[in-house]
Design a binder for this molecule. Structure first.
Ligand code: FAD
Length: 554
């Protein structure tokens, strides 16, 4: 795809020497792990004698953390780390086909990069613009060094369809707060009619690497992870080649694309999932969201009655860009305190309940099966995410959305700062969506899609012989049935940790009180106000709930 990217940051004041052939460019890969539709790479390749494609492995992100609740580093689960390494291997192989290669270095990314800029006499630094707070801080540091040293910077927006800053500016300085107004303001992307062509034809070779210690892409074992015995092969294989293969597979069925309606997709489908499952590839930029969008647009042209945003496949990209824009324009978007779009709610701090949810021990098979899938696959369907996020927060356990966000952030292969935080804010009725009385039942919601419980039986084999009448509420099965199914509730599988009927009523009452307080105080709720509310709602719970909600956890 040839894109005349107009939304980019380019610092090349006229005082800089003109870039002539003979100069060295550094292409800094972070996300955007692809060679198709990569304007930063394309720019680096133009008029340079040497291009140094670099990826820095940050030990902080990659080093095993034996104290974490699942295999992985202290920031990322092993599924995501493996996916990233596979994506780097594929990137290296694709670069080699163009006469280049990926240079892998280890260390704190800012320091490593600055060292490389000096060592390789770089005149031009190219990298994809990134709105995540981590990269905003890192890029500010690197840019200030580069500018002082007379290095040209080219940093185009190509991870999203639109430039979040442009949307915010068009909306008068603040982000639009719903997807419909977002799409009206955004309109059609300016690059939409650009011609499709997927890769640059050649990349100038890598120059002398001097004293920098270049390594191959490490394996998970070389990073210090033991061989993990898996009962199923990983669901995702990282990399651009696989992303483009999966994109072709997803878009082969044009009718499916043109009639896609997200609310009608099935969260319990696991043999053939009901959505594209391309999110991990979009997260790491192995697949360009702009290229994906163009492909869908082409297909839609062939169908007069295709579906429309927000439910269509194209609409899913508006959701993605919407959360990127709000995340970029909202200080403290990833927390409740200090975040002015977030309702202040006196969530519980119950680590025992949190661990039961995280470790698939709630006693609600629908919830537990989803959490097993999340841990094993690193991916769950959107409505499955809804179910478990609602259950943890405003539906049943009343636990802080930030805690659930952290668990997702670690376990999801597609874990994405803006989208994950945005959706947790949504599901917990903290922002964007306010109908807190609409709660997903952990019993009946899944049953609508999967009455026989095939999904539960697959992910929770302990329940595989439970008759379908009891599969969503096994604690109601007579002991004789439990015995026959080889699953005694309270011994082989937990009793429910709460009564959904009582807990959901309690949650609604607490939400109503919190909403009242937020309204009365115009959203300015002090720590003290919040603590007083917490004490009051907890006192009322003790007085009104006849028995302790929590059962003994096994
Ligand atoms: P498809 O339905 O095939 O959609 C195509 C693409 O559109 C997705 O790959 C994704 O990039 C984008 N998209 C779809 N739905 C949404 C949405 N609601 N918001 C923003 N973008 C969307 N998605 C992530 O990519 N990373 C996350 O960390 C993440 N965390 C979430 C947390 C919660 C609590 C919830 C409810 C949703 C979260 N989502 C997240 C959004 C959504 O569930 C996933 O993007 C989607 O399920 C991925 O599957 P897919 O690729 O098959 O999606």
């Amino acid at each position: 795809m040839r894109l005349s990217s107009q939304t980019f940051t380019r610092f090349s004041p006229s005082s800089y020497p003109n870039m002539t052939s003979g100069s060295n460019s550094l292409m800094w890969f972070r996300k955007g792990l692809r060679i198709h539709d990569n304007p930063a790479l394309e720019y680096a390749a133009k008029n340079s004698t040497h291009v140094y494609p670099l990826f820095v492995i940050d030990p902080h992100y990659m080093k095993p953390d034996p104290t974490a609740f699942s295999p992985g580093s202290n920031l990322a689960g092993l599924n995501r780390i493996r996916f990233l390494l596979e994506s780097l291997v594929d990137l290296d192989s694709n670069l080699k086909k163009l006469g280049s290669r990926l240079l892998v270095l280890h260390g704190e990314p800012g320091e490593v990069l600055i060292r490389c800029l000096k060592e390789w006499d770089i005149k031009r630094l190219c990298f994809e613009y990134d709105t995540d707070p981590y990269y905003q801080a890192l890029d500010a540091k690197v840019q200030s060094y580069a500018l002082e040293s007379g290095i040209e910077i080219f940093s185009p927006v190509s991870h999203t369809l639109f430039n979040p800053a442009d949307i915010i500016q068009k909306n008068g300085g603040t982000p639009p707060m719903n997807c419909l107004s977002f799409s009206k303001i955004a309109g059609e992307p300016h690059w939409l009619s650009s011609s499709l062509s997927t890769t640059p034809s050649v990349i100038p070779p890598v120059g002398d690497v001097g004293n920098c210690e270049i390594s191959e892409v490490p394996t998970v074992k070389q990073l210090g992870y033991d061989d993990i015995q898996e009962d199923e092969p990983p669901v995702f294989k990282g990399g651009e080649s696989e992303a483009l293969r999966r994109l072709r597979e997803s878009t082969n069925d044009k009718k499916w694309v043109a009639t896609f309606e997200k609310p009608n997709t099935d969260p319990s489908a696991f043999i053939k999932p009901s959505t594209t499952m391309l999110s991990p590839y979009l997260k790491f930029g192995c697949l360009s969201s702009r290229y994906f969008y163009q492909c869908i647009k082409e297909i839609e042209k062939e169908f007069k009655n295709h579906t429309s945003p927000p439910v269509s496949l194209l609409g899913q990209f508006f959701w993605r860009d919407f959360f990127y824009t709000v995340g970029f324009g909202t200080p403290n978007f990833d927390r409740m305190r200090g975040n002015k779009i977030c309702r202040q709610i006196p969530w519980n701090n119950d680590d025992e309940l949190l661990a039961a949810w995280r470790d698939s021990r709630t006693g609600f098979p629908w919830i537990d099966a989803i959490m097993v899938q999340l841990r094993k696959w690193g991916w769950i369907h959107h409505l499955a995410r809804h179910s478990v996020a609602c259950f943890l927060t405003r539906g049943d356990l009343f636990i802080h959305w930030e805690k659930g966000r952290d668990v997702f952030e670690r376990l999801l292969v597609d874990s994405d700062w803006a989208i994950n935080n945005g959706n947790w804010l949504w599901l917990s009725c903290s922002a964007f969506f306010y109908q807190y009385h609409r709660i997903y039942s952990p019993i009946t919601f899944g049953k609508k899609y999967d009455p026989t419980g095939a999904y539960i039986r697959h992910f929770l084999p302990v329940l595989k012989d439970m008759p379908k009448e009891y599969i969503y509420e096994p604690w109601t099965a007579p002991l004789s049935v439990q015995t026959k199914a080889n699953c005694i509730i309270g011994k082989d599988y937990p009793k429910p940790i709460i009564s959904h009927e009582i807990a959901s009523k309690e949650c609604k009452r607490k939400m109503a009180e919190a909403y009242d307080l937020n309204k009365k105080q115009n959203g300015i709720v002090s720590d003290e106000d919040l603590q007083n509310l917490r004490t009051r709602v907890e006192d009322q719970s003790q007085a009104t709930v006849p028995r302790r909600l929590k059962q003994k956890l096994i």
